[in-house]
Ligand binder design. Structure first.
Ligand code: ZN
Length: 305
């Protein structure tokens, strides 16, 4: 199995190195490729239509499990700049970024954030929670990284990028404040966010709500029976009204939690579906970073208040 992966990776690298150089001349626009939709949205807000932005991962796609397709490799090869989240969010693409980084600009948007601001993983020492977009103030630093690298790529448009970045960062300040205020509407004893996997740790710390995910900070491992039982006990003891499913994670495990609570005579409902590691359809409000955060907060507040 491992050998096969190596052969596969080798084939990818040969493909990458043998492809034609980037084709920006064709429409005159620089090409920026991102992994997640959240990063894509940051690029769009700063660069507008002045560059061609492409997101590899669409709505409902789980970045922890995502493997690059042949089509993705072509897009990466043709890119002038590649952004990814980093902190092992794109768990199956690390080797591609490393190899690609030798021939072009490949940037992790989390790279300028000081380690002290990351949530350390309890399970894997030396690794950190990659879900940085759930604390809007932390995500601002990722957006600043995107801004910095766009200016480095395309200096001639610096003034335009500066103006857009300034405006977008201000709207993120307002968003951060709005999330704070919304969460206050939930009674203190109901401020517990139960989700399928542990994506909301930064959210909990930033906005003062206790967070429990059934799976760890990656979706690579399946939750066990004990994880389900522990979570059921926690919900029953605290009389929590609602739990949440996620658009990019299977709802099977969270359904087991709901059933377990019902068997103990505690009625818990599925409070709605949250956008965790992927946004909604790009053309909709939930398909923007700001819209995704607003929609999640509405769903959480409506179910728990
Ligand atoms: Zn995740």
């Amino acid at each position: 199995m491992k050998k096969n992966i190596h052969i596969y990776t080798l084939a990818l690298v040969i493909l990458l190195l043998s492809c034609q150089p980037n084709q920006k001349a064709r429409n005159g626009k620089l090409k920026v490729v991102t992994t997640t939709g959240m990063i894509y949205d940051a690029v769009k807000n700063i660069a507008g239509d002045s560059i061609e932005a492409i997101a590899l991962m669409g709505p409902g796609v789980d970045p922890h499990l995502y493997k690059a397709t042949q089509g993705d490799l072509k897009k990466l090869q043709n890119a002038d700049l590649v952004f990814y989240n980093g902190l092992h969010l794109e768990g199956k693409m690390g080797e591609i970024f490393e190899k690609l980084g030798r021939i072009k600009s490949v940037k992790a948007v989390s790279e300028d954030i000081t380690i002290a601001k990351f949530r350390a993983s309890e399970l894997y020492p030396g690794t950190y929670d990659p879900h940085i977009w759930f604390d809007v103030s932390l995500w601002k630093e990722a957006v600043q990284n995107v801004h910095k690298n766009l200016v480095l790529l395309d200096e001639a448009n610096t003034a335009y990028y500066n103006k857009n970045a300034d405006k977008y960062l201000k709207s993120l300040d307002s968003l951060h404040q709005a999330v704070h205020e919304s969460i206050q509407q939930i009674p203190k004893e109901q401020r517990m966010l139960i989700t399928a996997h542990d994506a909301f740790g930064y959210f909990g710390e930033a906005y003062n709500i206790q967070v429990n995910g059934l799976q760890g900070i990656s979706t690579l491992s399946e939750p066990g029976l004990k994880d389900v039982a522990d979570l059921v006990n926690l919900i029953v003891e605290n009389k929590i009204k609602a739990v949440f499913i996620e658009t990019s994670v299977s709802k099977k495990a969270i359904n087991a939690v709901v059933e377990g609570c019902n068997q103990q005579g505690h009625d818990v409902v599925i409070g709605g579906s949250l956008y965790s590691d992927a946004m909604g359809p790009f053309e909709q409000f939930e398909g923007t970073y700001i819209g995704m955060v607003h929609t999640n907060v509405q769903t959480i507040v409506n179910a728990l208040k």
